[in-house]
Design a protein around this ligand. Structure first.
Ligand code: FES
Length: 103
């Protein structure tokens, strides 16, 4: 059953726009800040073992640094080849400066 977990603080995002979060040995998520909003998706591309946390972000799209697949950070949806599957997205909320994800 998913539960809300603290994954970052807003203060961490004063000097950056993303963070790799190790939720567990099996689950790493990428937390991104775009236009003042936070979005969380699987840290790893659905096409191969590349970290989306190192990808360029434009609007709400992240570009996989390895082969160039793009994903919508709002939905996790894959937007172009070579990815043929979405990445999982996670609900995010902010409470008193703490960022939580439903994982
Ligand atoms: Fe991301 Fe290939 S590993 S597009």
């Amino acid at each position: 059953m998913p539960e809300w977990k603290e994954i970052a603080t807003e203060a961490e995002f004063t000097a950056r726009d993303r963070k790799l979060v190790e939720v567990s040995a099996e689950l790493q998520i990428g937390l991104f800040k775009v236009n003042g909003e936070y979005f969380a998706v699987d840290a790893w591309c659905s096409h191969g073992r590349a970290s989306l946390v190192h990808g360029e972000v434009e609007d709400h799209e992240v570009l996989c640094p390895l082969h160039g697949a793009r994903f919508d950070l709002r939905t996790g949806r894959h937007l172009c080849l070579p990815a043929v599957r979405p990445v999982r997205r996670y609900d995010v909320k902010v409470e008193n400066g703490t960022i939580l994800a439903l994982v």
